[in-house]
Ligand binder design. Structure first.
Ligand code: ASP
Length: 583
């Protein structure tokens, strides 16, 4: 028996018990005649005491030589602590040690293993196993476990069946590059790692399983934008015989349940917003609706004067910053500099103060009178005491810039409280998205998404206008899930591939298996996938998904602990029939 109790377990009621504990040495305080040791395990910290008078000399000497992170086992008696520590659960007691067994010595750790560590990110990642000993990381992993369990239990109770799908597959287009794996047994051929189990879950519906889920790794070889991982986890789900409304209701249920179980938050409603509305009022397809500052389109009251900046713009947008009239000139100039930073990219910003007496003072008073500015206030919902900020230019760019400004101000004004949860569905996404680089349409969600009924004929005349049966679940400005109702007949799927620029041969070579399956009685079906890493981070009130992943990769897609990726030897290359062009 390594231990009779954990290091988080003993209380006043245990005084006089003889106990055996095992764990890591967190800290040693040596007073010469007395040595205190904080012993840590997953469950907590217990203070050990070695006393020159009461502890055998051999053991006392050993205790004086203990170093940080030594793994030890002790036997001792629980005694009352004279100076209690109310901050830890075992703070009322300590253990007077009678036996000490050093199970393993440890090198001096490269950073302190405490909540507040001196270790930088790179160092902590290199020694992630030491980082995991820290409370914060450990708690995050336990939290993630809890979220996964709640999801599993809920979905199983709702009749979803967890099915594993393969990792060595053929490409599933989700808009990224595939990771590929060379096949030794099939010379010159490659598997792709799944960007998601999309086609498999559809095949499971054709297989009659009706409701599927899986907590599953997905792999996307993307240039790593901030806080993305090349491998990440989805809660992947699919249902048969459903319409969009059924899927939304089912996963509203899951989200409600999660928020209740994990955060004890009851969400009253899940508003639905069309993609078009989200873009025009928030400039963003994942709006944070915890706060207002929605966009007012000012074209009609901004483009009738001689101000050419606005006259030449496709769109003029204003937002009302609550209480913003109190900003000094310097603070406003700072804001202007902020929107002009290359990351935001605005050319400038017009502003208008709304004074308490109802009058306006703008940076473009030369062109606009009080009546015009009154209209701006009405369209942005500004009240006396607010500041109206106005950006203009090409529609999409201006919306993106204004959205960035809105979020920044939301942060600065403390309107994005991590303890508030405001989910919503964004629906009616466009089916296709024009890609300037390749000069063709791409599927906005993925190629298996069904167009809105009755809009298929628009595919030829106005492809960009076709809306899809696709939806995203948005929480506090983050997309936490996305899915669609699928195409389930061969002809529509084949038409879709045509529009995406696949030749018939390419479509057959890549997706023949799915199109064939559609000919053997495919039921109507649809589904969704949640990004588990992000969901856990948001529920945990934090921003970085890496903090909730046991062994994450860095921004260049490297695991610095195991040093991967790495080169492979000549023999392995030969077996895989590979030759490096640049060895
Ligand atoms: N496979 C999709 C994705 O990874 C989710 C879905 O359509 O169900 O985003």
């Amino acid at each position: 028996m390594y231990r009779s109790h954990t290091c988080g377990e003993l209380r006043k009621a245990d005084i006089n018990k003889e106990v055996v504990l095992a764990g890591w040495v967190q800290k040693v305080r040596d007073k010469g005649f007395m040595v205190w040791v904080d012993l840590r395990d997953r469950y907590g910290i217990t203070q050990l005491i070695f006393d020159e008078e009461r502890t055998a000399k051999k053991i006392f000497d050993q205790a004086q030589k203990l170093g940080r992170e030594f793994v030890i086992q002790i036997t001792g008696v629980v005694i009352e602590r004279s100076s209690k520590n109310p901050n830890i659960s075992t703070g009322a007691i300590e253990i007077l040690v009678s036996e000490l067994n050093i199970l393993n010595e440890a090198l001096l750790p490269p950073f302190t293993i405490e909540d507040d560590t001196d270790g930088g990110e790179e160092l902590r990642m290199k020694y992630r196993y030491l980082d995991i000993r820290r409370n914060t990381v450990k708690q995050n992993l336990i939290f993630r476990h809890k979220v996964s369990q709640v999801v599993r239990n809920y979905l199983s109770k709702e009749g979803f069946i967890e099915v594993e799908t393969p990792y060595l597959i053929k490409s599933t287009p989700e808009g990224a590059r595939d990771f590929v794996v060379p096949s030794r047994m099939n010379e010159g051929q490659f598997y792709a790692l799944p960007q998601s189990p999309q086609t498999f879950k559809q095949l499971l519906m054709i297989g009659g399983l009706d409701k599927y889920f899986q907590i599953v790794k997905c792999f996307r070889d993307e240039d790593l934008r901030a806080d993305r991982q090349p491998e990440f986890t989805q809660i992947d789900c699919e249902m048969a015989f459903v319409e969009q409304e059924d899927v939304l209701n089912a996963f509203e249920g899951l989200t409600r349940h999660l928020l209740k179980e994990i955060k004890n938050v009851e969400v009253k409603e899940f508003p639905r917003m069309t993609y078009d509305e989200a873009m025009s009022t928030y400039g963003n397809d994942k709006p944070d609706i915890r706060f207002g500052m929605t966009f007012g389109e000012l074209n009609a009251f901004a483009q009738h004067k001689d101000f050419n900046v606005f006259n030449n713009a496709e769109l003029v947008i204003g937002i009302a910053v609550p209480g913003g009239n109190k900003y000094s000139r310097k603070e406003i100039d700072n804001l202007i500099d902020w929107v002009k930073r290359p990351q935001v990219g605005a050319l400038g910003m017009v502003y208008c103060r709304y004074h308490d007496d109802g009058s306006f003072k703008s940076s473009v008073d030369k062109f606009y009178d009080q009546d015009d500015l009154q209209k701006w206030a009405e369209l942005t919902g500004a009240k006396p005491g607010d500041l109206i900020c106005v950006l203009s230019g090409e529609t999409n760019k201006t919306r993106t810039q204004m959205s960035a400004l809105r979020m920044e101000l939301g942060d600065r004004l403390g309107l994005r409280n991590p303890d508030d949860f405001a989910p919503l569905w964004v629906v009616d996404f466009p089916l296709l998205e024009w890609d300037e680089e390749t000069k063709r349409y791409h599927a906005m969600h993925h190629p298996f998404t069904s167009p809105k009924p009755g809009q298929i004929n628009l595919l030829d005349s106005d492809p960009g206008a076709v809306k899809a049966n696709a939806y995203d679940l948005v929480l506090n400005g983050n997309e936490i899930g996305g899915g669609s109702i699928r195409i389930y007949d061969k002809n529509t799927q084949s038409l879709m591939f045509d529009h995406l620029g696949f030749t018939k041969e390419e479509a057959k070579a890549q997706f023949g298996f799915l199109m064939n399956a559609f000919e053997f009685g495919a039921p109507p079906h649809g589904g969704i996938a949640f990004g588990l890493d992000r969901l856990v981070a948001i529920l945990g009130g934090q921003e970085t998904i890496r903090d909730f992943i046991a062994f994450p990769k860095n921004n260049s897609g490297r695991d610095v602990m195991i040093d991967a990726p790495s080169s492979i030897d000549e023999q392995q290359l030969n077996e895989l029939h590979l030759k490096l062009t640049n060895p």
